[in-house]
Design a binder for this molecule. Structure first.
Ligand SMILES: *Cc1c(COP(=O)(O)O)cnc(C)c1O
Length: 430
């Protein structure tokens, strides 16, 4: 059984992390290295390394202190903590529905969701795709809103330092993210005054406990081992015999900051060992894995051309897609998941994304398209550790599974027939 995902961190990185927990005490050196990776044009320190993206967003909102009751427009699919943090600061998250072809709201939708109380926009780039910011950035500038982009899923480890059009670009290096350090986030903040205030506030936070980071590395080391194919096959069988739902077991084990006192947990600064491992990951460039991932995804897209109209790939219309995860929209996701598992591929519907709920009393703002995407999404395994033959076998299994769809995906007009995805930045470098 191919696991749904392989964590993007290897044995030597894990060992380096454990060693750092025992011996690394300098915070400033590795912090400067991490933040230096995101420097540009001689602008040396315009980034801040945090414990996580969520910690960084919380820090930003705290320092800009928008008036209570201000509205924050949010692209409608993200992880729930993001809008909970917005709410915690006395602000009102307003969902803005997505166009499934581009995985982002159209400019008309941003406009329609705006009100005199709007003060900020948060746009999440999903699944590894990158959405052009031009139109929404122009709107934000015209109205004086902050524009934040959430690049947690879209970072590709090379020239991507966030869009210069955004006020804040947020990058995550949590367990399931590209170039993972099992924790950590970086925010590029383009207003130096706000950045300095964030630095000062973070400096007063307690430091992440190194003992906790140490056990975290141990825990994820076992997950890294477990998701190798032979072990994973045994694990899934064991779950079946014991009557345990492996979906829930895995999903539950990768949640960060679970359990009570969420805000107390995120308000820590990253420890020296975390900064050191993060610096190591960022400096390693990590090219091969991303290129391999994109190549597998393109092959899979080609294989799916035969199922046109019955399977769609959200974001297929975007010029840039790095396929951090491979998502399909299908008519009957439950069945597709079961059939793929039968064929040896641990597809899943489980994910941490949710649609942002409409503010109370404003049901017209319910993001129906985002809800429909969620209800039809299947995540298929697709990563460099899969052979091309395995990818082809999985494509065939998907085509078989959707052949018997009751109804074609009439209203979703995505066609993966002509894969337009390519890894622009690595091409241009060659
Ligand atoms: C992972 C993720 C985050 C959170 O990142 P952390 O660094 O774990 O806080 C936020 N938004 C999206 C879309 C994500 O995928």
């Amino acid at each position: 059984m191919f696991a749904r995902k392989r964590l993007d961190i290897g044995g030597t990185d894990l060992l380096a992390g454990l060693a750092a927990c025992a011996g690394a005490f300098d915070e400033e050196g590795p912090r400067a290295r991490v933040e230096g990776v995101f420097a540009r044009d001689g602008d040396e320190r315009r980034a801040i390394a945090c414990l996580s993206v969520r910690s960084g967003l919380d820090l930003f909102l705290r320092e800009v202190a928008l008036p209570r009751g201000s509205e924050v427009l949010m692209s409608a699919l993200t992880i729930p903590d993001m809008w909970k943090i917005v709410e915690h600061h006395g602000l009102v998250p307003v969902p803005v529905d997505l166009d499934p072809r581009t995985l982002s709201p159209t400019i008309e939708r941003w406009r329609a969701a705006a009100s005199p109380r709007t003060r900020a926009v948060v746009l999440a780039h999903l699944f590894g795709a990158r959405v052009p910011l031009g139109p929404v950035a122009a709107l934000a500038r015209e109205r004086g809103w902050f524009l934040l982009e959430d690049c947690a899923q879209s970072w590709t480890g090379d020239q991507d330092r966030g869009s210069p059009l955004a006020d804040v670009s947020m990058f995550s290096f949590g367990p399931i993210k590209t170039a993972s350090a099992l924790a950590g986030g970086v925010l590029v903040v383009r207003d130096p005054a706000i950045l300095e205030r964030m630095r000062a506030a973070q400096a007063s936070y307690p430091v992440q406990e190194r003992q906790k980071y140490f056990t975290r590395i141990l825990k994820y080391s076992s997950l890294v081992a477990l998701t190798k194919r032979p072990l994973y096959t045994a694990f899934v069988r064991w779950c079946r015999v014991r009557g345990v739902d492996h979906d829930q077991l895995i999903q539950g084990s990768v949640r960060g900051f679970a359990g009570g006192e969420f805000f107390e947990k995120i308000r820590h600064r990253p420890s020296a060992p975390l900064l050191r491992l993060l610096a190591r990951r960022l400096e390693s460039r990590n090219r091969w894995r991303i290129d391999g991932r994109v190549a597998r995804a393109q092959r899979l897209l080609q294989g799916l051309a035969r199922a046109q109209g019955r399977v769609a790939v959200p974001g297929a219309d975007l010029a840039f897609h790095s396929h951090w995860v491979f998502t399909l929209l299908v008519d009957d996701p439950e069945r597709v998941v079961l059939e793929l598992r039968e064929a040896g591929f641990d597809a899943t519907r489980a994910a941490s994304l949710r649609s942002v709920p409409a503010p109370s009393g404003r049901p017209v703002l319910e993001p129906r398209e985002a809800q429909r995407i969620l209800s039809r999404t299947v995540y298929a395994p697709c990563y460099p550790e899969m052979s091309e033959r395995a990818v082809d076998r999985m494509a065939a299994a998907i085509v078989r599974a959707v052949e018997r769809s009751q109804e074609p995906l009439a209203e979703v007009v995505l066609t993966p027939a002509q894969p337009r995805h390519f890894f622009q930045s690595s091409r241009s470098r060659r």
